[in-house]
Design a binder for this molecule. Structure first.
Ligand code: G1P
Length: 290
């Protein structure tokens, strides 16, 4: 079985749920506490052993590429001022030479289309997809949990999270078969099922391990929910010939593409930080006390 070495991060999304902030700043670079959302995702990928990250970008997203490069003046200033802690933190984010690729999605045709844009860089091996507006607070990280499952049973492994029935219409939802602890055999899945028609409350949460045959399934470029080329629909096509499992990973999921989700991520992760937790708690309590 080939190991999972590469991850695709589709970062071309317009961030319409958190406009106007995302008019000129990519939503993936919005700060959660003191670093961009993307920084958490890249850290999760690296901790899972990912060796190469493919960003699928779009117009107006150049700042992402710049974030993962030297900022020569800033680094010189920090060095001159002796701010070595901050400088070290900046340098630790930088990729090894060649660790990152950037490929352009030229039109916002959907998540399936974005993933398909990475096909030549991924080649013929299993790979991860990580949705970059979803931070999962987990140890070990969510992707590492999925890769461990993949290394054990192979096939396609989809990270899922139980959501209230009233929320299922916002997600891809899994039709479950037999369950073994957190691992659930999949019998189907549906993207954004209308209210009341979801096959379960297990939502596709933004972490996937996929086999390269998904690219052939995506090549049909068929439009699904919302008129977009959906990754979920291609996975359904692939299910005819390949095993699919859902894994209910351990951890707390923060949807940072949403106003309240972003707020919750900021509060929750600040409260957990050893250096900021007590001050953050005092600030939140003071607000609540009015
Ligand atoms: C995408 C996927 C969906 C998944 C969701 C998780 O939808 O298509 O299956 O449940 O991300 O956030 P989007 O949120 O881009 O509409």
């Amino acid at each position: 079985m080939k190991p999972v070495r590469k991850a695709v991060l589709p970062v071309a999304g317009l961030g319409t749920r958190v406009l106007p902030g995302t008019k000129t700043v990519p939503k993936e670079l919005l700060n959660v506490v003191d670093r961009p959302i993307l920084s958490y995702i890249v850290a999760e990928a690296r901790a899972a052993g990912i060796e190469h990250i493919v960003f699928v970008t779009g117009r107006g997203k150049q700042a992402i590429e710049d974030y993962f490069d030297h900022q020569v003046e800033l680094e010189a200033q920090l060095k001159a001022k002796g701010k070595t802690d901050v400088l070290d933190a900046l340098l630790a984010e930088l990729p090894r030479p060649g660790e990152m690729s950037f490929v352009r999605q030229m039109a916002p045709l959907g998540l399936g289309h974005a993933v398909w844009c990475a096909r030549d860089i991924i080649g013929d091996e299993p790979f991860a997809v990580m949705l970059p507006d979803v931070i999962v607070d987990a140890a070990p990280g969510a992707l590492k949990q999925l890769i461990e499952v993949h290394d054990r049973i192979g096939g396609n492994v989809i990270g899922v999270e139980a959501v209230p029935d009233s929320e299922t219409h916002k997600y891809g939802v899994v039709a479950p078969g037999e369950r073994d602890g957190r691992l659930v055999q999949m019998t189907g899945m549906v993207e954004k099922p209308p209210q009341g028609s979801a096959p379960s409350n297990l939502s596709i949460a933004g972490r996937y391990i996929l086999q390269p045959e998904i690219f052939a399934a995506l090549a049909a470029q068929e439009k699904g929910a919302g008129g977009e080329i959906q990754l979920t629909d291609a996975m359904v096509r692939l299910m005819a010939g390949q095993p699919f499992h859902a894994y209910e990973y351990e951890g707390v999921t923060h949807d940072c593409g949403d106003k309240i989700g972003l707020l919750k991520a900021n509060v929750a992760l600040a409260l957990k930080r050893p250096d900021l937790g007590p001050a953050a708690r005092a600030a939140v309590e003071a607000i609540l006390a009015g």
